[in-house]
Design a protein around this ligand. Structure first.
Ligand SMILES: [Fe+2]
Length: 304
């Protein structure tokens, strides 16, 4: 089967997913098939991938731990050019030491760029759902917590590649949040716990953006891929429309300067302009002209 959304969800019905789950509610698919993701990534593949980490190049590896903050120099060689610090290589033995002794999680960011099967899945998925795709790989020891409770502003598929992870999923304080709505000091106390699950090897969890979660490994180590994409939202389409409009309209390009701005006059002029242009030109051809810009390019991977 081609690696795409249908493959991610199988044997769950894709149409049922689109109708009742996408951007609506979490979904767990327990397959009872630990081999399901083998054509995407195995532990042998991961070993191969990590062997590139000693000379990092494009491979972006970080260590995270809910209870501790690390400096790059704790696990990587850092070179200084001018006053910019560049992480040039990973100290694998130091990283493994922190993983074992400190319960740190190793995260490979931007894995799409580095692993062809992931890249293939991402390209197919991006086309199907009009998203900018991204994938990070998490390698965690037993009884570890990578991040504290939080929500993400992009939809996620969690692909359990090895071992298991314990997920607590709470209600969403904001429905489908955009990035600026994601405050790390958000007060999550009092949120209702919706699901508590152990994701096993071969299982998948779909988590719409906004649902709060905290995650720990069980008494087993875990490897999972956090895969997903940033959707082309209606807000971003409207933003593109106004940006395009501004190219031919000096009123919209003018600075909002306090001492020049005389309140209602400008408000009314902008309002009238937007009303007129939206009615005339915000239509299907315009929307379709925006959508292809979201087709996947390698430089546009996201961090999760
Ligand atoms: Fe998350």
């Amino acid at each position: 089967m081609k690696m795409n959304l249908e493959w991610l969800l199988s044997p769950f019905d894709k149409q049922e997913f689109l109708d009742f789950y996408l951007e609506q509610q979490p979904l767990v698919i327990s397959r009872n098939n630990p081999h399901y993701f083998e054509k995407l990534l195995t532990l042998y593949d991961l070993n191969e991938l990590m062997s590139h980490a000693e000379n990092l190049g494009r491979l972006d590896v970080v260590l995270v731990n809910a209870g501790k903050k690390y400096q790059l120099s704790d696990y990587a060689k850092v070179e200084t050019v001018g006053n910019v610090h560049i992480k040039s290589s990973l100290n694998i033995s130091k990283a493994l030491q922190l993983l074992i002794q400190d319960k740190a999680t190793i995260v490979i960011n931007q894995a799409i760029n580095e692993w062809l099967p992931l890249r293939t899945l991402a390209a197919n998925y991006a086309q199907e759902l009009n998203t900018i795709p991204g994938a990070n790989i998490f390698i965690a020891p037993p009884n570890a917590e990578c991040f504290g409770a939080h929500f993400d502003e992009h939809d996620l598929f969690i692909l359990q590649i090895y071992g298991s992870k314990h997920w607590r999923i709470y209600e969403n304080p904001i429905f489908l949040p955009l990035e600026p709505q994601n405050e790390r000091n958000f007060d999550f106390s009092g949120l209702k716990l919706l699901y508590e699950i152990d994701l096993q090897q071969g299982d998948i969890l779909y988590l719409p953006r906004g649902f709060v979660h905290d995650v720990t490994t069980t008494d087993r180590a875990s490897v999972h891929i956090s895969f997903g994409g940033q959707h082309l939202t209606w807000a971003s389409i409207v933003k593109s429309f106004v940006t395009k409009l501004a190219k031919n309209n000096r009123l919209l390009r003018q600075g909002m300067i306090k001492d020049v701005y005389d309140g209602q006059t400008y408000d009314q002029m902008v309002l009238e302009l937007l009303k007129k242009e939206l009615e005339l030109n915000f239509n299907t051809p315009f929307i379709e002209s925006i959508a292809p810009k979201f087709s996947f390019r390698s430089s546009e991977v996201s961090y999760f």
